[in-house]
Ligand binder design. Structure first.
Ligand code: GLC
Length: 410
């Protein structure tokens, strides 16, 4: 079996982190399979893939294609001419790219082309050789992105099957692409050895440049990139509403990942917000650091996305680390937890209720321990790499058989 993975980026966003866990799982489960990766930009994804024995290379997007996105096209849409010029300006470079990528794909002659991001889903439809199955792996909702949804629908005829990271994203994919295409929800996996209750513990105070916290303080943290919808402001609003009886310190772990301005919060903005709420000296900003060691340093992990979360790797990571997590209860995230048993749920965007959930955990060490232990058991059962790799391997086999049979004469 030869599988070629196509990624629009080499940067480690959620979709790329999930891909690395899939590659690691496949390596162990199917050591004889040949796995290759082509990404449109260099970055840690390629280093991690190579470390797993995956042949990884870069076929860089031309600037016009790299800059093309739902946001830039959406802005140009106000004027039909601007929209057409914007799209038209990218047409020739995109076509040249299709030809380059197609030549690389043909040379590799894979059985399966597995695409891991919107631009590669669309390009995959143009470059995938006739007797090769094309699998789209969707990590986000497409329905709300009108231009992407139209383009995806237009290319769906060439796709063999879709995998989504949750049932919620699967429902969205069916609405966008119609009933003909098989859609298989397969949850992501995480590294259960790395995200575990035991291991190195980060010194979050030092990382944030704060004096050491007094003993007995409850550490509450949001671990996320700086994408605006990850809910940093709601998190700070909730901290500011915690009752005075709770000794707490808050941590924002992570930073900006993407170049796109506007879609992300800035450190200055968050610091100013914390200061305006009167909690400036009780919240630390650590920047990016080893997420597993950071989780272990926290007593409570908060997931505060203000939009439905397609999956939410951080939720799975917190549970695997044996940490109680408060989950913004919408989208695929709701599928991952049993509220009250292995995590707490909270309606998204409500700082009052979020404060009450955090306070319940902060004031009750036994509840924290119970949820943390149950979370670890859930993670071992639901988020193991072997499970994800097994489900994908079965699907790859099925697609190869189908595509092969369709290519047989008579
Ligand atoms: C995307 C989704 C996120 C998910 C990740 C991995 O980043 O927004 O919810 O955890 O992909 O599938």
């Amino acid at each position: 079996m030869k599988i070629l993975f196509l990624s629009p980026t080499g940067q480690p966003g959620g979709a790329e982190v999930a891909l690395v866990d899939l590659l690691a799982g496949l390596r162990t489960a199917q050591p004889a399979w040949s796995l290759s990766l082509i990404a449109a930009s260099d970055g840690p994804l390629l280093t991690r893939a190579r470390a797993l024995g995956v042949e990884a290379s870069v076929v860089p997007f031309p600037g016009e294609v790299a800059r093309l996105g739902e946001w830039s096209l959406g802005r140009a849409r106000g004027s039909r001419l601007a929209f057409l010029l914007h799209l038209g300006g990218a047409a020739w470079p995109a076509w040249a790219y299709v030809r380059r990528l197609r030549a690389r794909v043909r040379a590799l002659a894979p059985d399966i082309v597995h695409t891991n991001g919107m631009k590669m889903h669309l390009l995959g439809a143009w470059v995938c050789p006739p007797r090769t199955a094309l699998l789209w792996h969707l990590h986000d909702y497409v329905g709300p992105r009108r231009i992407s949804a139209r383009l995806l629908r237009a290319c769906a005829g060439r796709c063999s099957a879709i995998v989504t990271n949750s049932r919620s994203v699967a429902d969205d994919a069916r609405r966008v692409c119609g009933k003909r295409l098989p859609v298989h929800p397969i949850w992501n996996a995480i590294d259960l050895d790395r995200f575990s209750p035991r291991g190195a513990v980060a010194d979050l105070d030092a990382l944030a440049g704060m004096p050491p916290a007094t003993p007995g303080i409850v550490r509450v943290g949001l671990v996320a990139t700086f994408a605006r919808w990850k809910g940093h402001r709601i998190f700070l609003d909730a901290l500011a509403r915690l009752p005075g009886s709770v000794p707490w310190r808050g941590y924002v772990v992570g930073g900006p990942l993407y170049d796109t301005s506007g879609s992300q919060v800035t450190l200055e903005e968050l610091r100013a917000h914390a200061a305006a709420l009167g909690i400036g000296d009780r919240v630390g900003f650590t920047g990016f650091t080893d997420a597993a060691a950071a989780m272990r340093a926290l007593d409570v992990v908060v997931h505060a996305s203000t939009e439905p979360e397609p999956f939410g790797l951080v939720i799975a990571e917190a549970m695997a680390s044996g940490r109680p997590v408060v989950v913004a209860d919408a989208g695929g995230a709701t599928e991952l937890i049993a509220p009250g048993a292995d995590a707490l749920a909270c309606p998204p965007g409500d700082p009052h209720l979020l404060a009450s959930r955090i306070a319940a955990l902060a004031s009750d060490p036994a509840l924290r321990r119970r949820l943390g232990e149950a979370g670890r058991l859930t993670a071992e059962r639901a988020f193991a790499r072997q499970r994800m790799a097994g489900a994908f391997a079965a699907l790859y086999e099925q697609l190869r058989t189908q595509t092969h049979a369709a290519g047989q004469p008579g």
